[in-house]
Design a protein around this ligand. Structure first.
Ligand code: MG
Length: 298
């Protein structure tokens, strides 16, 4: 039952709001109401509705402006918008759909048709969300995958270059992992990767920081607005935590599974690129390996 989903109704005429609210609340949806564009934009951002029913003609900014602002906003652009308007000439309908609305329902409307369209678009957007989550996750370890990491790095790179703030990166590699797989088998190897991913993720609070599986036995953490020292500190904590898991590895450092890490930090500018951040961390990781593994270099 999709009954607990939240819908934002935007209409300047209280009688219209009352009618639409009646239909949707009887169907079990939770509702928020905005009587003008400013309220609509604020409520879209603060209540994160699952769907927006949007009037077009309102005093002040009209529904098209609301739609444009929501579709341009990174945080709420995925919310499906259904225009609900008496202005339903072809040009208006096409313009609304072209600017990213999911659907257009003409007033006066049939309650059953409105409900059916609401259900369809809620179901579609839930499916899309599930697919997006799957596309961003590493199947084995359930943390972010390389593709998501690359996107996130690029996005943060651009946004921090405007703020002149630094971006730190930790690149981890499981020591002697090929030897582990050769001795214990790939299933146990997979288990090690899962345990390490869990350990790494538990040290990353999530907010603005991202832990991801970078390659086979490589993991990466991106720390937004953090300097080299705080990244080094975190890398050392994780290195130590993984060693303390005491996962037996006869050919590993000290008989257990360990991590080596390379750490780098950069302030994005026109003279460098996100690749240079990865390259620097990679060079440090290589040094950590050369120095005997199970260590952090930055
Ligand atoms: Mg109106």
């Amino acid at each position: 039952m999709p009954e607990s989903e939240r819908i934002l109704i935007v209409d300047d005429v209280p009688e219209n709001v009352a009618m639409v609210s009646g239909i949707l609340s009887r169907a079990g949806y939770r509702l928020n109401v905005a009587l003008n564009a400013e309220q609509a934009i604020r409520l879209a951002q603060t209540t994160a509705p699952d769907l927006i029913l949007l009037d077009i003609i309102m005093p002040g900014q009209n529904g098209f402006n609301v739609c444009r602002i929501i579709k341009d906003s990174l945080t709420v652009s995925d919310i499906p918008i259904i225009f609900l308007s008496g202005m339903d000439d072809t040009d208006t309908v096409v313009e609304g759909l072209m600017m990213g609305a999911a659907d257009f329902v003409s007033k006066p409307f049939n309650p059953d048709i409105l409900l059916a369209r609401v259900r369809t678009h809620l179901a579609l957007s839930q499916k899309t969300r599930q697919l997006q989550e799957m596309a961003e996750k590493d199947g084995l370890t359930q943390i972010a995958n390389r593709r998501h990491f690359d996107d996130y790095l690029l996005h943060q790179w651009h946004s921090l270059s405007e703020r002149k703030s630094s971006l730190a990166l930790i690149l981890f590699d499981v020591d002697q992992f090929k030897a582990y797989n050769d001795s214990y088998g790939h299933l146990d190897g997979d288990d090690v990767l899962r345990r390490i991913a869990l350990e790494i993720a538990s040290h990353v609070p999530g907010d603005k920081q991202l832990a991801a599986r970078y390659g086979g036995e490589e993991f990466v953490i991106l720390l937004v607005a953090k300097d080299l020292n705080s990244a080094l500190k975190l890398a050392r904590q994780i290195r130590s935590a993984v060693e303390q898991l005491q996962i037996p590895h006869a050919k590993g450092v000290g008989g257990v599974v360990t991590l080596s890490a390379g750490v780098a930090a950069l302030t994005p500018s026109s003279e460098n690129s996100s690749e240079s951040l990865i390259r620097q961390a990679d060079v440090k990781l290589y040094q950590a390996k050369q120095n005997g593994r199970n260590q952090v270099i930055g």
